[in-house]
Design a protein around this ligand. Structure first.
Ligand code: 3HC
Length: 285
């Protein structure tokens, strides 16, 4: 199945990154968010990063303009009617996803594919709100989506193997390194990374180490590209806590549960890079 037009629902950090990849790969892309202001902010981010690529000589100014021109923005899900595949990257809440997927199901063509970028919710449960569970698949990108090569192609209980193949082929077309996996809590990477990051946060209190030294330890002792505190700040404390809770609910293993320190940060609005303050301070974005 040839994908020509893609929809991206939810244009936060992940959605904007995914939309950027789509337009860079030459795909007509419709981006949808609840307000045009949010959607325009995503276009601004894409414009900024492609502008940097032009400055660095990785792309010509004409290519950048053409890529940005392939993105259209809307607040109406009905405007995704022509899309062959829609990737949902909205808030991580099952009720929100159910509402979006049942509306999308009614809007797009019967053979269109509905994909979710969920980090830790069940793709099978999301698919159950549609009349086409065999055409629903997980496409889990990593943050920052334009830079991280992996995409997990998640096979839900009823996903058609041809749909898995189409999502895999799309990920390759976006320049990614996809893998196929089942719909288990956390899939592959988060099943391993989330408890590891939770352990890193617990060590902060147990070992009496500073946040700076924790990051130094994992960068210089384990070869991580960025330290765990910097990484959780990048992912978002709220996103991490939510993913931890979802995986904990699925597996009931204590290491999966979010450490109280992270829950307290979430409640205090210390959400990491996006809120200007998490483990570290950032310029307001
Ligand atoms: N979008 C597009 N381009 C971006 C970008 C973004 N969000 N962020 C940075 N760039 C561009 C920059 O403009 C920069 O180019 P410039 O210097 O010309 O401006 C270029 O990419 C390189 O940026 P950096 O110098 O910041 O790149 P680094 O070499 O330092 O690598 C990194 C950054 C790839 C993020 C690296 O630090 C890394 O691999 N960190 C680990 C990230 C990770 O583990 N992510 C997974 C998180 S878990 C997850 O996402 C799962 C979820 O479900 C919770």
């Amino acid at each position: 199945m040839e994908i020509q037009k893609v929809g991206v629902v939810g244009l936060g950090t992940m959605g904007a990154g995914i939309a950027q990849l789509c337009v860079q790969a030459g795909l007509e892309t419709v981006g949808r968010d609840v307000t045009l202001e949010l959607a325009e902010r995503a276009r601004g981010r894409i414009d900024h990063f492609l502008g940097r690529a032009v400055e660095k000589g990785r792309m010509s100014a004409g290519e950048k303009e053409a890529a940005v021109g392939r993105l259209s923005l809307t607040t109406e899900l009905a405007e995704l009617a022509e899309c062959d595949l829609v990737i949902e990257a909205a808030f991580e809440d099952l009720a929100v996803k159910h509402e979006l997927f049942s509306t999308l199901d009614a809007v797009v063509a019967p053979d269109a594919i509905l994909a979710t970028n969920t980090s830790a919710l069940s793709v099978t449960q999301i698919a159950a709100s549609t009349s086409r569970p065999e055409r629903v698949v997980g496409m889990h990108f990593f943050n920052p989506a334009p830079l991280m090569p992996l995409v997990e192609i998640v096979r839900a209980q009823r996903t058609d193997e041809a749909v898995v193949d189409a999502a895999y082929a799309l990920a390759e077309r976006l320049g990614k390194e996809p893998i196929r996996c089942n719909d288990t809590p956390g899939f592959v990477v988060n099943r391993i990374l989330i408890p590891l990051l939770n352990d890193c946060v617990r060590v902060l209190d147990e070992a009496g180490v500073t946040v700076e030294d924790l990051d130094k330890a994992m960068r210089f002792g384990a070869g991580w590209p960025m330290g765990p505190a910097t990484l959780v700040d990048l992912v978002g404390i709220d996103v991490h806590v939510h993913a931890s809770e979802a995986i904990w609910e699925g597996l009931r293993e204590p290491r999966m549960a979010p450490p109280p320190r992270l829950v307290a940060m979430q409640r205090a609005g210390l959400l990491g890079r996006k809120s200007g303050k998490g483990f570290f301070d950032y310029d307001a974005q």
